[in-house]
Design a binder for this molecule. Structure first.
Ligand SMILES: *Cc1c(COP(=O)(O)O)cnc(C)c1O
Length: 400
C-alpha cells in the first residue's frame, strides 16, 4: 500500500472552516427551520460590478474568435503586469517583477518552495491559517505541540502591544508572513511600524512575505497600502496580493506577487529568477479570462467599482462594529478592513462562538482557530448581504 505524506498527518484536526461548518450543520439538525446568518467566513457575497464583469465576458468571447484567441500566458499578460505596477506601485516595478497568479493563497503555498532547510517560518499570532498549515505541508514546520507547531515562531499580536508584534523576537534567517490590513484582527500597520518591520527583517537577514490582500480597504490616507512604500523593502520583501477581496474575484481566481530583482538569498542568488523558474515548472499561468477581467478592473471605471464594492463591505463593517460597541464589547478593525476582532475577556472563543450561534443564530469565527493568541476573541466578517448583516446586528443585542 502507498504511504501517506506524514506532513498532512501533522496538520492539526482539520482546517478551521470545515469545523465551523460542521458545528453549523449540527445546530441546524437540532433546530430545523432556524435561519442562520453567517458573519463567519471571509468569502465575498456581492456580484461583480458591471464594467469589470464586461471585461470577463468580453474575455470569454475573445477566446472564440481567431484574432482574439490566446493560449498559455506564462507569468501573465505583459500589459496587466505593467498596469498593476502603475496603479498600485507608481510604476516602481518592471513587468518581470510582477507575477500574475491564480490567487494569493495559491502563491503563499508555492512561495514556500523557494526556501531551503533551516529557514524558520514566523507568523503574527493570530494569523491567516495558510501561512502555518502551508509551512507544515512544505516541511518547514513539524508537528503540533500543544500550543503551536514545532519550528514556527509565533509573535503575539494582542491588545497589550496594539496588535503589532515585538520585533526583537524576530528570529534570524526567517520568513515572516505579515498581513496588513490583518486577517483576522483587522489591525492595519502604520508607516512607523512597517519601517520598523523592514529594519528588523534587514538586520536579521529575514524575508517578509507581505500579504496585502485587503489593501484596497484602507481608507486612512496615512496608512501604507504596500510594504514597498517603505524604503529598503525591495531587498527584504515579497508582496502577495489579489483581486479576490477588492473586485469580488474569490471564485474567478486572480492575484499577483511582487518579487523585486534586488531580493537575494544569502549566497547572492536572485529570488526573482527562482520564482520565475518555479512558476514555469509547476504553474502555467492564470486564466486569461480572469486577466482580461483584471485589466478592466484597473481602468478608471473598474477602479471606481473596486472603491464602491469595498465601501459597501466597509459599511457592513461599521454596522457590526457599532453594534458591538453598543453592547460594550471591546473590538478593533472594521475601519480599514472588513474584519472586526471582538474581545471576550477570560472566555474560551469556541464557547463564545457557541453562545452567539445558540442565542442569535449567527455564525462567527472563533479567534483561537487563528492561533494561540486568538483565544478569547471572535472574528466578525463584514462579507454579507446588507439585509443579513442588519438582521444579524439586531439579533446580537441578545448577547447583552
Ligand atoms: C482572502 C485572503 C487572501 C486571498 O486569497 P486568494 O487566493 O487570492 O483568493 C489572501 N490572504 C488573506 C489574508 C486573505 O484573507
Amino acid at each position: 500500500m502507498v504511504k501517506r505524506n506524514l506532513r498532512i498527518a501533522n496538520i492539526k484536526a482539520g482546517y478551521l472552516f470545515p469545523e465551523i461548518a460542521k458545528r453549523r450543520r449540527e445546530y441546524e439538525a437540532a433546530h430545523p427551520g432556524a435561519k442562520i446568518i453567517s458573519l463567519g467566513v471571509g468569502n465575498t457575497t456581492e456580484p461583480i460590478l458591471p464594467h469589470i464583469n464586461a471585461g470577463l465576458v468580453n474575455g470569454a468571447k475573445r477566446l472564440g474568435i481567431a484574432e482574439g484567441y490566446v493560449g498559455y500566458t506564462d507569468e501573465g499578460f505583459e500589459e496587466l503586469r505593467k498596469r498593476i505596477s502603475d496603479v498600485f506601485y507608481k510604476g516602481a516595478f518592471a513587468p518581470d517583477e510582477v507575477f500574475i497568479s491564480d490567487g494569493a493563497k495559491c502563491d503563499i503555498g508555492r512561495l514556500q518552495l523557494l526556501f531551503g532547510p533551516g529557514t524558520k517560518p514566523v507568523v503574527q499570532d493570530p494569523s491567516y491559517p495558510v501561512y502555518v498549515d502551508g509551512s507544515v505541508l512544505s516541511g518547514a514546520a513539524g508537528c503540533w505541540q500543544g500550543t503551536g507547531y514545532k519550528g514556527i515562531a509565533y509573535l503575539p499580536c494582542t491588545a497589550e502591544n496594539n496588535y503589532f508584534p515585538d520585533l526583537s523576537q524576530l528570529p534570524r534567517d526567517s520568513i515572516f508572513y505579515f498581513c496588513s490590513p490583518n486577517n483576522p484582527t483587522g489591525a492595519t500597520a502604520n508607516r512607523d511600524q512597517l519601517t520598523a518591520l523592514v529594519k528588523a527583517a534587514t538586520e536579521k537577514g529575514s524575508i517578509i512575505i507581505f500579504d496585502a490582500a485587503y489593501a484596497e480597504y484602507i481608507r486612512d490616507p496615512a496608512l501604507p497600502k504596500s510594504i514597498f512604500e517603505i524604503d529598503g523593502a525591495r531587498t527584504c520583501a515579497i508582496e502577495v496580493n489579489s483581486f479576490s477581496k477588492p473586485a469580488g474575484f474569490t471564485g474567478v481566481r486572480l492575484g499577483w506577487t511582487i518579487v523585486p530583482k534586488e531580493l537575494k538569498y544569502d549566497g547572492g542568488e536572485s529570488v526573482n529568477a527562482d520564482w520565475s523558474r518555479i512558476c514555469g515548472t509547476i504553474f502555467n499561468g492564470a486564466s486569461n479570462i480572469a486577466q482580461w477581467g483584471a485589466l478592466a478592473s484597473l481602468e478608471p471605471e473598474g477602479l471606481a467599482e473596486i472603491r464602491r464594492l469595498c465601501d459597501f463591505y466597509l459599511e457592513n463593517a461599521a454596522l457590526i462594529r457599532q453594534t458591538l460597541q453598543g453592547l460594550y464589547i471591546s473590538c478593533i478593525g472594521g475601519d480599514n478592513s472588513p474584519y472586526i476582532w471582538a474581545y471576550f475577556p477570560v472566555r474560551d472563543s469556541w464557547e463564545v462562538f457557541a453562545e452567539i450561534l445558540e442565542k442569535c443564530q449567527v455564525v462567527t469565527t472563533p479567534g483561537a482557530g487563528f492561533g494561540p493568541a486568538g483565544q478569547s476573541f471572535i472574528r466578525f466578517s463584514a462579507f454579507g448581504h446588507r439585509g443579513d448583516v442588519e438582521e444579524a446586528c439586531g439579533r446580537l443585542s441578545k448577547l447583552k
